[in-house]
Design a binder for this molecule. Structure first.
Ligand SMILES: Cc1cc2nc3c(=O)[nH]c(=O)nc-3n(C[C@H](O)[C@H](O)[C@H](O)COP(=O)(O)OP(=O)(O)OC[C@H]3O[C@@H](n4cnc5c(N)ncnc54)[C@H](O)[C@@H]3O)c2cc1C
Length: 458
């Protein structure tokens, strides 16, 4: 097989991280090839709307204490540079606004952004190969020197590269990897992401000696109504029960098991640990009015998720009083009187100003305004927190903690940044995509100098 091409940077995966890196690299003067397995670029970034993260090291530390220090620091320190980069491409970025209870971020049109990055790459002479898979990385003496690609018609080609960036968006589309690294029953979860992120980055990196981790790190996802498969990607947002932060969630034993106010994404992880990975979400008229049909983030259009789940055949119920909770449908498997008693216990403590058990950091008001809205929920996965280990220069690390020469990774393919916590997937793909382009530029300059006699290596 012949080498078809030799480039400074080969990017595997044309989503947020890969396109950011590719566009920045061509602006730095690098030759770039981008490989995408799908028919179009963009990945899960096309479903997103906000680049956001923790606004300071203190806030990041408070919400993500188990994440790796150097990666957390890099994300917070370089976020503003990432926003400036998006603006430099000509894509409009809105002013900063609060996101969730602790974050800060910017709304932008991710379609416009990924399409703009593609244009920047192609106009600079970069190559974009769609519907192309990566069979293996090329290795020479432990250094990654490119990859062997397989096009849709089965043809194989080798691309030599000074740096290769893995940016395939995680392994959420592979149920075996999910069960191995997320939870033994993680295959039960609906996939709330692009369908192509099936662990290519993970497999390619580990075959080249990369370390992955961390164990038990969890996943980013949201609660959705049980028994309703996603019909199309618009369901990813329409069916996500973000308002769970203000409701109460009970497991099959009729017990609360987490502080729901920490955030729907953390509650989704906690529910994964409960019997049969399902739970009953209960809101009252106040929560319905202020949060179910209110906006999750300012400006977002609210959908009545309760009505939608009901229409689509989800397990939903409507109770005119707490007493009616006694009559939950038997086939759901919850003991109605126990659930009612648990709501009453919560309300009594809340009314008395006492800390409920488990605690509740934010909304501690009782759920005592009828009617009550009941919906059975399950977690859905967007991407795992377990992934390829990198340093703060986006260089892939081997089992010995040293960089695997020539190999970079960014975005949801990477692990270590989040540990049972989350503050922005777009932000990390953006920041580490830019960082990867910087590292590739350094290698490309070094490689060029090494081939010129008389020039000292940098
Ligand atoms: C509904 C929804 C809403 C979201 N909203 C937000 C939000 O508002 N803010 C936020 O911060 N995050 C949000 N996210 C998460 C965010 O989209 C991701 O964290 C981000 O896109 C990750 O970037 P990435 O480059 O790692 O992966 P992606 O953007 O998914 O890109 C990965 C790319 O790799 C390609 N690929 C996969 N396998 C291969 C292979 N073998 N070879 C070549 N290419 C391959 C995929 O097709 C895809 O194009 C949302 C996600 C979803 C699903």
């Amino acid at each position: 097989m012949q080498d078809h091409q030799s480039v400074d940077l080969l990017v595997v995966g044309a989503g947020m991280a890969g396109l950011t890196a590719g566009a920045r690299a061509v602006r730095n003067g690098l030759s770039v090839t981008v490989v995408e397995i799908g028919e179009d670029v963009g990945g899960s970034a096309r479903y997103a709307g906000y680049a956001w993260t923790a606004p300071s090291h203190e806030v990041m530390e408070r919400h993500n204490p188990g994440g790796e220090a150097s990666l957390k620091r890099a994300l917070v320190d370089r976020f503003a540079e990432g926003i400036a980069w998006i603006r430099s491409t000509g894509v409009e970025v809105k002013d900063a606004q609060p996101i969730l209870s602790f974050g800060q971020g910017h709304q932008f049109d991710t379609h416009h952004y990924v399409d703009t990055c593609r244009r920047i790459i192609v106009e600079a002479g970069g190559t974009l190969l769609l519907t192309t898979d990566t069979a293996r990385l090329l290795l020479e003496g432990g250094t990654v020197t490119g990859a062997e690609l397989v096009t849709a018609d089965g043809a194989r080609r080798k691309v030599r590269a000074t740096s290769t960036l893995l940016a395939t968006g995680g392994f959420q589309g592979d149920t075996d990897l999910r069960n191995q690294f997320v939870h033994p029953h993680a295959d039960r979860m609906e996939l709330r992401s692009n369908p192509h992120s099936r662990g290519a980055g993970h497999r390619l990196a580990t075959a080249a000696g990369a370390a992955t981790g961390r164990a038990e790190a969890g996943f980013y996802g949201h609660l959705i109504p049980s028994g309703i498969p996603f019909a199309d990607p618009s369901d990813f947002v329409d069916l996500s029960l973000y308002y769970s932060e203000h409701a109460l969630l009970f497991n099959l034993l009729g017990e609360r098991f987490t502080d729901e106010t920490l955030g729907d994404h953390l509650t989704a992880m906690a529910l994964m640990e409960q019997p049969e990975n399902r739970g009953l979400l209960i809101a009252d008229a106040r929560v319905f009015r202020d949060w179910v049909v209110g906006s999750y983030v300012r400006g977002a259009v609210a959908v009545d998720k309760f009505a939608l789940a009901d229409k689509r055949g989800g397990r939903t119920g409507f109770a005119e009083s707490l007493d009616e909770l006694d009559h939950l449908p038997e086939e759901w498997g919850y003991d109605g009187p126990s659930v009612r008693a648990a709501v009453e216990r919560f309300n009594a403590r809340a009314a008395a100003g006492e800390e409920p058990v488990p605690g509740r950091r934010l909304d501690r008001m009782p759920l005592d305004e009828p009617p009550y809205y009941v919906i059975e929920t399950v977690p859905a996965i967007t991407f795992p927190f377990h992934g390829v280990r990198i340093d703060d220069r986006a260089r892939v690390l081997g089992e010995d903690g040293q960089p695997v020469e020539g190999l970079l990774a960014a975005g949801s393919d990477t692990g270590g940044l989040w540990y049972r916590a989350y503050a922005g997937g777009i932000a990390s793909a953006l920041v580490f995509g830019l960082t990867a382009a910087g590292s590739a530029t350094v290698r490309a300059v070094r490689a060029t100098r090494a081939t010129r006699p008389g020039e000292a290596p940098l």
